[in-house]
Design a protein around this ligand. Sequence first.
Ligand code: SF4
Length: 370
Amino acid sequence: MVFRILRPDASTVWNDEEILKRFSKYRGIIDGTRLARYLIAKSIKCNFNIIDPIETLEGLLKEKSIEFNEILDEDSLDLKNRVVQDSNYITLAETIAIKYLEKCIFCERQCEANRISGEKGFCLISKDSYISSAFLHLGEEPMLIPSGTIFFQGCNFGCVFCQNYDISQAWKEKKNIEDVAQKVNSLSLAGIAEKSVDKGAININYVGGDPIPNIHTIIGSLKFQKSNICQLWNSNFFLTDKALSLIIDFIDFWLPDFKYGNNQCGKKYSGVDNYFDIITRNHKRIHDEGSGEICIRHLVMPNHVECCTKPILDYVAKVLPKAVMNIMGQFRPQWKASEYPEINRRPTSQEMQEARDYADKLGILWKLVS
Ligand code: SF4
């Protein structure tokens, strides 16, 4: 296949014992020796009524998460024989997600917009989801390609240096979303995912913009997807604890950003409060309670090695030992970065070297995936 010529590291990365060990479950799904989590979740029966109070449904979700994690310990091949239930853990999570849409709390902006009735919060996404593109991505980290990447239009962040500003920010000022993106529902999104599988994808990669405003559509699509394929969450990770509870058991591989090593830089450049506190809470949760198979992306910013890169690397080394890191040097002063002189350039080679040396000193696994 052409990607093996363009990216030989997609094969050689698996020669590394530590990569194989840290991503053994993901590798098992690729090899067909393990089941993707969402397929197992479909076999967990849930008796509920959509008019049940939200607290009742949230309580049931917690119970089903415990049941799910007990089942996960069983032999994966035996799990293939489990029967899909009409009312299951995924339909329960989707029902709760749709209820949250009435007072949106998907991300920590907690706008509480009633997206069902047409109100929009900061992300400007209504109850409908839109994708700007979907294709087999050969530019992701080597263990992820070819990746069935689905780019959602819109974002809950407002990063002044956004590297994807055309689909996350710029359209908000100029264009109607219908003019720039394709509307999808759960069924059509599942169709797009399945088409990626047919083309050779080894994961379904939800990205954007950001997938967070579209949690309800993504969970809903899992009802219709059928292939044994890794589900991958590629996000700024600024979702609420409640929103994370909806997906934590269905996602096999996590690809979260870790942008800032403190709250102040998060406020200044992305316009969000409590960035570091929220991101570390979510990272720890997927590490300890979720699949634990995580590649953290950190974009090194000019003049931010001391205040952001080093505290992030310290945190990862101490609290997230199973994670690998992509230490990225692709920062460009895009979108509105020129209004901030301290970040209005690319990182220097000295800054990149300092970041990499510091990661090495802490024993972080980054070389093969950066
Ligand atoms: S996803 Fe976040 S930004 Fe968008 S409406 Fe919901 S709470 Fe607001």
